[in-house]
Design a protein around this ligand. Structure first.
Ligand code: PAF
Length: 292
């Protein structure tokens, strides 16, 4: 462990889980809470807002920065995923507070066996991202469970951009009788509506500008869903992307917010969400919007 002192920030940085666990044991009191923000780095304002929420609600906050190999089904996506630890440390330091950072190696987390555990998330894993990224949610479940075991947080904060991941983490916690309270936090957007994502670092300025189409289309879908079926809204979205040659639509789905099953017939008692994944220049971007 080493401590970095910035203006008003003291950052305790850990590369090894044993040292982190010892430190957390030494500072935890019966009444104090630990907030946890797991990330894969390339931090942006969305991540920082999760940290701010954790800092406001807990005595201690732990942030992890770890690009988890088992959740990447595409080796190119893994190798190109931005790794910017120094810049991440600078961004965290701008929060002007005391914070704990866990930035482990693959070895520290996986101890020589880079393998996913097999999970049953009651079918949540078979929809959308699960269909297009085989094995992805077993990798997410594996790393989040492992990080929860290391940090033992009271509260954990996840962005709603990855809404399917959020539901899966909640399910994993419930099925494993873990005590952590998992909180979903609002999506942070660029001024043109593009959802903030670490992957945006790989987009050109033009692609970032064109990315406004994703949120614009989601808002259009929300409006149309008031008076149209999920099927006709989906067809409309498909047409929007057929006309646009720079973005390839991977999927658009209107689904029940809890079960994530596609909406075949609207039911007034249910909450629905639209989910979208598009590909631009081999970079996958996802977004979501609540519909009612
Ligand atoms: O959302 C992410 O950044 C990752 O999936 C997570 C939750 C940090 C697990 O690697």
């Amino acid at each position: 462990m080493f401590a970095l002192n910035f203006n008003k920030t003291t950052m305790h940085i850990f590369k090894e889980k044993e040292a982190l666990m010892d430190h957390l044991k030494s500072i935890k009191t019966p009444d104090s809470t630990i907030g946890f923000v797991p990330t894969m780095g390339a931090l942006h304002q969305g991540h920082l807002s999760l940290m701010q929420q954790s800092l406001a609600e807990n005595e201690n906050t732990v942030v992890s920065v770890f690009v988890n190999p088992t959740q990447f089904n595409n080796p190119e996506d893994l190798s190109k995923y931005p790794r910017t630890l120094e810049a991440d440390i600078t961004k965290i330091s701008e929060l002007n507070t005391e914070i704990i950072l866990y930035a482990p190696s693959v070895e520290d987390v996986y101890e020589g066996k880079i393998l996913s555990q097999e999970f049953d998330f009651d079918g949540l894993e078979n929809q959308m991202e699960g269909k297009f990224r085989p094995g992805h949610f077993n990798g997410v479940g594996t790393i989040v469970k492992r990080l929860f075991e290391i940090v033992n947080p009271t509260n954990a904060y996840f962005g709603e951009k990855d809404f399917q991941q959020l539901q899966i983490v909640k399910k994993m916690v419930k099925k494993n009788n873990m005590t952590v309270n998992v909180q979903g936090c609002a999506i942070y957007r660029e001024s043109n509506g593009l959802a903030m994502s670490s992957r945006n670092e790989r987009l050109s300025e033009q692609q970032k500008m064109d990315g406004a189409l994703i949120y614009k289309t989601l808002n259009g879908a929300k409006e149309k869903f008031k008076t149209n079926s999920a099927k006709s809204v989906t067809e409309w979205v498909e047409k929007v992307f057929e006309k646009n040659t720079s973005f390839e639509l991977e999927y658009f789905q209107i689904a029940d917010e809890t079960t994530l099953l596609p909406c075949l017939r609207k039911n007034k008692t249910k909450k629905y969400r639209a989910f979208i994944a598009v590909i631009v220049n081999n970079i996958r971007l996802i977004d979501t919007i609540s519909l009612n």
